[in-house]
Unconditional design. Structure first.
Lengths: 191, 191
DNA sequence: GAAATTAACCGTAACCGTTAGGGTTTCACA
DNA sequence: TGTGAAACCCTAACGGTTACGGTTAATTTC
């Protein structure tokens, strides 16, 4: 994304990446619960305090790239061509995000998440933050003129669609079906 | 609700209640983060292990009565008169639940929950469980014949409505507005 | 280019929620 | 009345997390 110029920033980013990579590797090798923070730190050759300087919690090590997620959702709203209807834009973006998270390579990570209550809970609370960011983006769109409640509800419904589709047998069909519902719900709030 | 006959069960229930009452009192007096499990145990005059024999976690001490919540929602579906339409029944029940949680006496507790990330996260993951129970109840209703996806989405939307309304300025109006959306979403799934 | 500042990182020790282990009391029921 | 189980107790530990004080290396300032 952004290539930092200074050596300091580069080293910091490298440390962060090394920690994240090491953690994910160990988690997949031995299981999330069987790997302690002290193990991750030792294997990545950093101090425990350094791990927590880069990641807010053990769970955050698994969801390293969640900022991307939030940005992609909000940008699907803010960067869409003017007068393009909202719901299809959201629909398309959620479809893409779900594809990404149900891709071949993501299966072991998904299994790990589903197997750990702590990780599921963390993911859920991440989703809530994403919904709030999306709600703010909707409320800020001058073309939409809907109530804050309608924006908030639509944002949560959208996140619900993503969360359910990631766990569904047929993710694509699930997204499509729920977005039919969201479309209807959104229309029902037209001024 | 259920009055246990045996002395043992009565004593157990009394212990549980004493722990919950003591915990809530201390939390409100000194703040959730400022009170440790060891404090609660000492003040309730029980061992730390006894606290965890009755409550799965520190957060669970605050949400003592969440089983009621789940049962009320699912019963609003299963116990409604035959052929009564689903959404109004849900709407009514959510309205009642929101009223309960935004009542005068609940304000300090609500403030405490909103002030603690751990409690917010816990509440959110509770909600997810409730949504799953509700989804199961919807899927099991013989009159509804909707897809599992539609039932799951409707359940999550309903929980979303509750969660948003509890934090809204005008809870009643929020519930009403979101249920207009849910009604439309539900109709869009008619076979 | 030396000096001062700052930011990343280090190691240790502790805090706190939570659990394991193993023991004692009290109730229920045959 | 004796026996099994359930509730409870205490202690010690584990694992995520943070406070603290110190070291090094990059950046900025003069």
């Amino acid at each position: 994304m952004t290539e930092p110029s200074g050596r300091r920033e580069r080293k910091k980013a490298a440390t962060r990446q090394k920690i994240a990579d090491t953690a994910l590797r160990l988690f997949l090798e031995r299981g999330y619960d069987a790997v302690g923070i002290r193990d991750v730190a030792a294997e990545a050759d950093v101090a425990v305090t350094t791990v927590f300087a880069h990641f807010a919690s053990k769970e955050a090590l698994v969801f390293e790239r969640d900022q991307d997620f939030e940005q992609r959702l909000t940008r699907a709203v803010t960067d869409r061509p003017p007068h393009e209807p909202l719901i299809p834009a959201l629909h398309r973006e959620v479809q893409a995000l779900v594809e990404h998270c149900t891709a071949e390579g993501s299966a072991p990570v998904r299994r790990m998440i589903e197997g750990s209550p702590a990780l599921r809970e963390y993911e859920e609370s991440m989703s809530l933050r994403h919904a709030q960011a999306l709600a703010a983006a909707l409320a800020a769109d001058p073309h939409l003129s809907r109530s804050a409640t309608a924006c908030g509800a639509t944002a949560r419904f959208t996140i619900d669609a993503y969360a359910m589709a990631c766990r569904a047998d047929d993710p694509r069909a699930t997204v499509d079906e729920i977005f039919q519902m969201i479309e209807a719900a959104w229309e029902a709030t037209a001024p």
